[in-house]
Design a protein around this ligand. Sequence first.
Ligand code: GCU
Length: 611
Amino acid sequence: MTKLLRCLALAVCLLLLAGWAAAQVAPLAANIGARQTASLDGQWQVIVDPYDVGAFDYRAQPLKNNQAFYKNHKPQSESELVEYDFDTSGQLYVPGDWNTQRESLLFYEGSVWYKRSFDYTKSPKNRLFLHFGACNYLAAVYLNGEELGEHEGGFTPFDFEITDRVRAKGNFLVLRINNTRGKEQVPTVNTDWWNYGGITRPVTLVEVPETFVQDYFIQLEKGSTHQVKGWLQLNGPQLQQEVTIRISEAALGGTIQTDSKGRGEFSFSGDLTVWSPENPKLYAVEIASETDQVTDRIGFRSIEVRSTDILLNGKPVFLRGISIHEEAPTRPGRAWSEDDARTLLSWAKELDCNFVRLAHYPHNEAMLRMADQMGVMVWAEVPVYWTIQWENPQTLHNAENQLKEMIARDHNRAALIIYSVANETPISDARNRFLRQLVQDAHSADPTRLVSAALQAHEVAEGKHITIHIDDPIASDLDVLGNNEYIGWYVRHPEDADSIDWISAYDKPLIMSEFGGDALFGYHGGTAARWTEEYQENLFKHQIAMLKRISFLRGMTPWVLKDFRSPRRTLPRFQDFFNRKGLISDHGEKKKAFFVLQKFYRESQGAPPPK
Ligand code: GCU
């Protein structure tokens, strides 16, 4: 390929990238719940478009004319050919996955177009943003026939500014949502959870002043229980302002001047009641600039590690946890609401949990805020799951972006203590480089929290005695080690756990991030009979006995709170496309193992971690 052609190709790529960048999402506006908002939730018109005829012509060229569905064009005469019509194509509820709203869409992977008409009169001089809680997986967003931009990633929020695009009357918002799996994506093509597609979380119009407090970070300095440290970012024409941060109830606060980029840093100290599961104290924190004012409810706690201990507010803590998928507790499909969060976390609290692992992707904001209120510590994770394309720079960029968006949304939640950058990823140099970058990103975005990953140790057998070694190289970059093991289900028998010991190459705390086995609620038999509640119960008894013997164990999140849908689980009668490792069935029924774990957590309540 001649030098000239190479330069030309590069120029074309750069041009394309520039074009794409222009249509990028707006900086994420923090805490929209505290803003002047209007909900766009409800019934939306939809068109299911398996062959993407709404976006591409028969030569796979992008459509820009009235045949493009985002134009929402209506025939202007009896002879005009228009082959789509949102208003007669049916509806789906937003927020909600499409899979559980229509039998015919249960397994559907492809494009679905959504249309929502709305009127909106904005106050002069104010700005208006469109906020999406999440859309799985790729969202192309259009307003009034114009492209706003795209967002990739099914589990994090994104905004578009529509200040100069919105009309007082007759706006039509159109989204093309595509959840087709791709090797280069995050997650990639293979997951043990259902690929729920759609606008899965709330859609909100957010009105703010011309210069507004776009983001802020207010937490205790690492290792301190009285030094508050933070920053804030203004967005708008008037970036240099005086801003006051006030925690009235604690008579704490300060006034700062933001710099020419609208950024301000602050630090002040005083007596605060620290947040803990026993006392999930939240303070009203008010940030008032010359042009804007926003209030949030924030807890203050410190979280750190010291050798193999995890210290909450300076004291060693044992994380009595459970893993949870973001599925609604009492209906099929994705969870998204406060009620969903309250029910799921209430089940966890019934187990006497003080901790939950939100697997394997960022869950909805309602879940994090509910954990704050209910006093449940949280492990949050990005879907770097199994065999990601480690060498692909776009895949890394995507993973970094999802991590950044997750941290930006939740970095003021006291309940959130651990960021996890991966789950069960095969060791390789490329993988190590990839994960090391994410660990660095997390630490630089938020130096106050711990970073972990769910690893997989390997066993060494000497005769009947088995030792499991935690020596994954990436563990040297992590603050806390996570490890998934399925002794008694995928490997060996439950009783074998009795003669298994664990060794770690690292002087770091371990969280056993997964263990468990499947059981069909109501199916009974001997402890050796797979799928019975007795098998799962027995497995948990032997697991807990083994875990108690691990001197550096500082937490656990058994797999999993509730049975959940999985395309990998085809066994009729026992699975029927459900992973049955829940301690609670998909109908909310508690299995015998639920009470085994509850008993252990109740007994260990307040007990110091093992020595
Ligand atoms: C894996 C994985 C989970 C999966 C579980 C299982 O460890 O992390 O996503 O559901 O095992 O096999 O049940």
